[in-house]
Design a protein. Sequence first.
Length: 87
Amino acid sequence: MAGEAAPDLAAEVGLSSPGIQKRWAREYRRESPDALRPKPKGRPRAPDAPPAVEITELERLRLENERLLAEVAYVGTWRALSAQERR
């Protein structure tokens, strides 16, 4: 993967745009690996709202898999960017 052009790398890991990997790298450098974790969608719950429904094991594993795929994509992107900077 190292040394590939950004569009080729994005296509290889299934990203819709090479700009995504640049944004991930910027967020990672600025905020640490936690910046790449999925963000909650929608508005925050009201303080008196009932607790969220417990997610199933399958759902939890799917979310973890999604996070790990994002990490792998980021590492590949980071390696490619590092290789380009060294040239």
